[in-house]
Ligand binder design. Sequence first.
Ligand code: SF4
Length: 353
Amino acid sequence: MSYHAICEQVESGGRITTSEAATLWRHASDDDLKRLAQSVRARYHEPDRATYMVMRIVNYTNVCVAQCDYCAFYVLPNQEGGYVLSRGEVFAKIDELLELGGDLVGFNGGFNPKLPLDYYCDLFASVRERYGDRVEFYALTIAEFVYLADRAGLSYADAAARLRDAGVHWVTGGGSEVLTEDFRSRHAKFKYTVAEYFAAQRAIVEAGLRTTATMVIGFDETLEERLEHLQRTRDFQDETGGLFSFLCWSYKPYGTAFGGREIEPREYSRHIALSRIFLDNVKHVRTSVLTQNEEAFRALEFGADDFDLPIEDEVTQKAGARIELDLDALLAVPRSLGYEVEYRRAERPALFA
Ligand code: SF4
């Protein structure tokens, strides 16, 4: 199909294949990508409006056995510097988030062999009991969920039911990076297989919990690998309808074994546009203030409609992320680009509504 025919197809509401997406990536100007992405965005959202949340990642432990080569956060068991946050430290972090006007917590830590699934169920139940509906939390990433279910000897369905019984509403698609087997064997061979990732996410959806899609770009992944990730995400959404949103971060290389360089903001924005065009069945495409700072807001023009304002995430901060705590100053940037920005609360699953 010619370049112009691909553009017409997108603008008339049609789907594109990965090879057509590759043509767009290689030949589309920034203005063309913006226009196409905005045409897909307009199917779901008002053009000049964006939503956001104020959130905190609570990194409850940095002990991890997965040894991903792009991670600057973890220490191995018995190495110096390992920690597990106490319940009081977790609560203090949540209290501080509430004081700053936020209400979303993302729990994220390492694969710590000393912390079984019961530990997490107790932690999440205590957070639900203490805060009720005043905070929502992303309990785990799919990556951590796979590890914990396997360690407990439980099926993904049974592990998901345990979390649901502990008051969990959300298990996010975090820890996905690039979902190809080649990428995983190059960088994260102890983490999970792609098949395990989607089987676990399907179990989360079938248990009535909410989940999201994520991605990280800027390692050494090829264009074909990026598109394979998007294709798998779109297929999963066609089959389950369970993905609330798609969020893409960029890789931070500092202090990691793999090293490398950061991608340019323009490449990030173009990838957001391509993702918005390709993932025509996902309502929200989110841009990452955590990894892109003020540049993240440019991606609103490339099809994103939603973002987090994070106040802490040790994982990316250890690898070079810079967190801005002047939230008003941050929000002035999308406003200066012509967007009306509105706070959004995390939705509850229908099961708990
Ligand atoms: S990215 Fe996550 S799973 Fe991988 S080593 Fe770091 S903490 Fe462990």
